[in-house]
Design a protein around this ligand. Structure first.
Ligand SMILES: [Cu+2]
Length: 301
């Protein structure tokens, strides 16, 4: 058989070279953007960031793996495959190249293939997906518990239980944006950060106050996302493996101040956490105790 490169073949070869170059350039850009995202403030989004934030908990790491190593390659291959089909159809079956079109309408083998192959792809995705869901929803034995309440004044209330050295609660509010101190992040930094120790399993109990606004509590670096629903106590957990400040934002359209209720958790060493507990007990419990003491002072016994 004699092989002759026709004009159409040459054009096709040129086209496939162009796609290969574009593909390589895109991959390079993704890698560069990923490297750029690895720098900067850990736990906060950065301008130009691509992909998921750097994971600091086992769950977030598993989520990143699921996204980066399983979903992204599958999506990329499918997109490139469909694009290639489109390009072939456009080049091969236009009026000039294919003046008398075939009347073929069915092909049993092909129809079986395009049913079975997507089912297999979904099965491949389902296995790690359900495994991840299982890990997220199975509560390990927790070292400590914090209750987080999304409240109707668009702020988060953090309650540290007495049995674990707490016995106080406080609210976090966004810093005033026009008087933002240097180094503080716009729309993210708050007055009172919640503090947890590093490498400890923290159980989060998440709810909303009874007035009735549904919020959603999210810390992307922890792989934590849980709805805060009035009258319902939801539970999730994390074990942060790196010290730092981690930011999240309410992710349920909850009303007028939806954009101004970030959740901020500072992860510190065990000693720093103990020191913070002592300080926080004084600072926040004093507020609650004060009215009681004042009232008692006026009562004669
Ligand atoms: Cu909200």
């Amino acid at each position: 058989m004699k092989f002759q490169m026709t004009g159409a073949d040459a054009a096709r070869a040129k086209l496939s070279r162009a796609f290969a170059t574009a593909g390589a350039a895109f991959t390079g850009w993704v890698l560069l953007a990923g490297a750029a995202a690895a720098q900067g403030v850990l736990g906060a989004p950065r301008p130009g960031q691509m992909g998921l934030p750097e994971p600091v908990t086992p769950i977030a790491r598993e989520m990143n793996f699921f996204h980066d190593a399983i979903l992204l390659p599958i999506i990329t291959v499918i997109c490139l495959f469909v694009l290639a089909l489109l390009v072939i159809v456009v080049a091969k079956f236009d009026e000039k190249a294919n003046a008398t079109p075939s009347r073929t309408t069915h092909h049993t083998g092909l129809e079986v293939a395009w049913t079975i192959i997507p089912v297999l792809i979904l099965l491949v995705i389902a296995v790690p997906s359900f495994r991840l869901l299982n890990h997220q929803l199975t509560m390990p034995d927790a070292d400590m518990t914090i209750k987080v309440t999304g409240n109707s004044s668009w702020a988060w209330t953090w309650t540290y239980p007495k049995e674990e050295g707490g016995g106080f609660e406080f609210q976090t509010r966004l810093l005033e944006q026009d008087k933002l101190p240097a180094g503080k992040l716009k729309l993210l930094d708050v007055d009172n950060e919640a503090v947890v120790p590093v490498n400890k399993t923290v159980r989060l109990q998440i709810t909303a106050d009874v007035v009735g606004i549904i919020h959603s509590f999210v810390i992307p670096s922890f792989g934590v996302r849980m709805d805060a629903v009035p009258g319902r106590l939801n539970e999730t957990w994390f074990r942060a493996e790196k010290e730092g400040v981690y930011y999240g934002q309410c992710s349920k359209l909850c009303g007028k101040d939806h954009a101004y209720m970030p959740a901020v958790i500072r992860v510190v060493s065990e000693q720093e956490y103990k020191a913070w507990l002592v300080k926080a007990r004084k600072e926040f419990a004093a507020v609650e105790d004060a009215p009681v003491r004042l009232a008692d002072a006026g009562v004669s016994r």
